[in-house]
Design a protein around this ligand. Structure first.
Ligand code: ADP
Ligand code: MG
Length: 579
């Protein structure tokens, strides 16, 4: 059967590029046993690349069956083999471009093969999938070779018939994988999930193990910083959690309620918050944050002026806007700092968030506080700041807040837990802070009731738009098909800005959001769904914390949480909310 691939390539050699389409279908390789499935063939050499999958029976890999005994293990194994394949492709490509032996690894647009690149997080990805506990597959893209528009059959054989086999052997066979590293990868993910699961029973929303390395090597790299000061919990905050092997780990526990992260400028406050933001994900061994875990429903909130808002209830924070605008169903094309932040908080709560993560640096101050003098000076203030709502939010709805505060001392009056960063080392100053509050009292109004949580029903209409795609992790493109801005007002808008979503870490997640949005549009064109119903309609798999509909054919998608999908949806210009 593998000879048939060679035969087919010989037959179409020197033909017009379009004849590559004859390869669509599957070919069986015998030793090792796997099936090459050619799912999509590009129309010309510079079109988006062709998509192929190599599907191997699990028994053929010789990997232990215990690796598919839980979702966590399957995710870890698939993430690992994706990294092995990506590294192997990169090395081969580099080797060839340096004049090394063995051709066919470089293509006209860089590597002949491409597999979705991974960052520091271990995530469910469509680049590698275990199905029905009996196969494992790798998905990649490949650029089929041509001279002008003429098929180069022999080179294509080198790529698909020879190099791909080597790649599959390197990435999927037990004998070629670094068993110790693979085991570490799996254990590390199990450890993180185990820690995250213990949070609730200890009354915690986050845990940072002693010895963790929080800062990254630069603003442009998510690798750990060299020579960083390792994290060391204050004694008062230290908790002990269990590891799966029976041993224990100590670190700082952040309890439910309201926690302030404070301290002088440049002492490491934002770095702690950023580590907590990404503690909803598992990290690779060696990352430095692999024992930092956060409530999986924690959502980072920022001010984001200019964003679009559609019929969000922001009345807990804002009422009596000039012009009598109804804030129980607030819409705008161009939100202000405070209205954007109020909307983002309410939308996170709508999606089921139980921990808000906020940094004063990236907030609208007037949504966080209003001091006594401003209360006296401005009587017609439409904003009720978060400081007046955070306690009610916790007691009424069980939602905690972790907030970085450098300058807003009023927040001390509502804090249950105060951590001060001093030269990257945390101190628990809750008692001291209480003393300061009685020494310098201030009147901070507390609302008894938080107010309503929103629950919108959506209809998504993308007609007239090309199906959305994500060229970057912070942007989804929705370019219109038509070229007439008058008959198609959406023409003026080009996409969804995800740059305020700090918990989107890979472009594959943005692609996933784009893919899900087109599915949402398909499935809700006629109906009116609220968020939960909408997620359910997408796929059965969405009930879990991550959405990864395995049925999607693409190998470049990475799981996202419902929160990021909901946030993207809420930012869609032209979203229809029916009630
Ligand atoms: P803040 O928010 O308190 O102003 P940041 O968190 O932005 O401070 O940190 C300031 C700088 O210190 C950053 O460049 C960061 O990378 C660095 N940094 C943070 N934590 C550590 C640490 N544990 N060891 C070494 N450098 C750190
Ligand atoms: Mg900061």
């Amino acid at each position: 059967d593998w000879q048939q691939l060679q035969g087919d390539l010989e037959r179409i050699d020197r033909n017009q590029y379009g004849a590559y389409k004859q390869l669509l279908g599957s070919y069986n390789h015998i030793q090792p046993k796997f099936t090459l499935s050619i799912d999509y063939v590009q129309g010309d050499p510079y079109a988006s690349p062709s998509r192929v999958r190599a599907v191997m029976p699990w028994s053929e890999t010789n990997l232990p069956d215990e690796y598919f005994q839980s979702d966590a293990r399957k995710i870890a194994v698939c993430d690992f083999v994706t990294r092995v394949a990506a590294d192997f492709i990169r090395t081969k490509h580099l080797d060839q471009s340096l004049g090394g032996s063995g051709g066919g690894w470089s293509g006209p647009k860089g590597g002949a093969f491409n597999i979705n690149a991974c960052g520091q997080e271990v995530l469910p990805r469509t680049s590698a999938l275990i199905s029905n506990n009996d196969t494992i597959e790798l998905r990649f893209t490949t650029t089929l070779p041509a001279a002008g528009r003429t098929i180069l059959g022999e080179q294509a054989w080198q790529i698909l018939g020879v190099n791909l086999v080597e790649l599959v052997q390197k990435a999927l066979l037990h004998a070629n994988l670094d068993q110790q590293k693979l085991q570490q990868h799996v254990l590390s993910v199990e450890r993180q999930r185990g820690l995250r699961e213990q949070l609730a029973s200890h009354g915690l929303i986050a845990f940072v193990a002693n010895g963790s390395i929080l800062p990254r090597s630069s603003g442009a790299s998510s690798r750990p910083m060299d020579n960083a000061v390792p994290f060391q919990s204050p004694k008062e905050s230290e908790v002990t959690l269990k590891l799966p092997n029976g041993s224990t780990v100590q670190g700082m526990g952040i309890p439910k309620g309201i926690t302030l992260l404070t301290g002088g400028g440049f002492h490491g406050k934002s770095t702690v918050l950023e580590a907590l933001e990404l503690g909803v994900y598992d990290h690779v061994p060696g990352d430095g944050r692999e024992l930092i875990v956060t409530d999986p429903t924690a959502v980072k909130i920022r001010a984001e002026d200019g964003r679009s808002v559609t019929k969000t209830d922001i009345s807990p924070f804002i009422s009596n806007l000039p012009g009598g605008k109804d804030t129980r169903s607030f819409s705008t094309d161009d939100a202000s700092g405070s209205t954007s932040m109020a909307s983002s908080i309410q939308e996170a709560l709508e999606a089921g968030c139980t921990t808000l993560l906020i940094d004063e640096d990236s907030s609208a101050t007037n949504l966080l506080v209003r001091d006594q003098r401003m209360q006296a000076l401005i009587k017609k203030e439409p904003i009720m700041p978060l400081i007046s709502k955070a306690k009610a939010l916790h007691t009424q709805h069980g939602v905690s807040t972790i907030i970085v505060v450098g300058g807003l001392g009023d927040w001390l009056t509502v804090a249950d837990n105060v951590i001060a960063m001093d030269a990257y080392t945390p101190h628990n100053i809750t008692t001291n802070a209480a003393a300061i509050v009685s020494q310098y009292p201030s009147v901070v109004h507390q609302d008894e009731k938080y107010g309503s949580l929103p629950l919108r029903k959506f209809q998504v209409n993308l007609s007239g738009l090309r199906s959305p795609f994500a060229p970057r992790k912070d942007f989804i493109n929705l370019r219109p098909q038509a070229k007439d801005p008058v008959s198609n007002p959406a023409e003026a808008e080009s996409g969804i800005d995800l740059s305020a979503l700090d918990q989107v870490v890979e472009v594959g997640q943005a692609r996933m959001i784009a893919t899900l949005l087109s599915k949402v549009a398909e499935q809700t064109a006629m109906s009116h769904l609220d968020l939960s119903a909408l997620l359910k309609a997408l796929d059965g798999a969405v009930g879990t914390e991550m959405c990864l509909p395995a049925a999607l054919g693409d190998g470049e998608l990475v799981a996202v949480r419902r929160f990021e999908l909901a946030a993207a949806l809420s930012r869609l210009r032209g979203l229809v909310v029916t009630c």
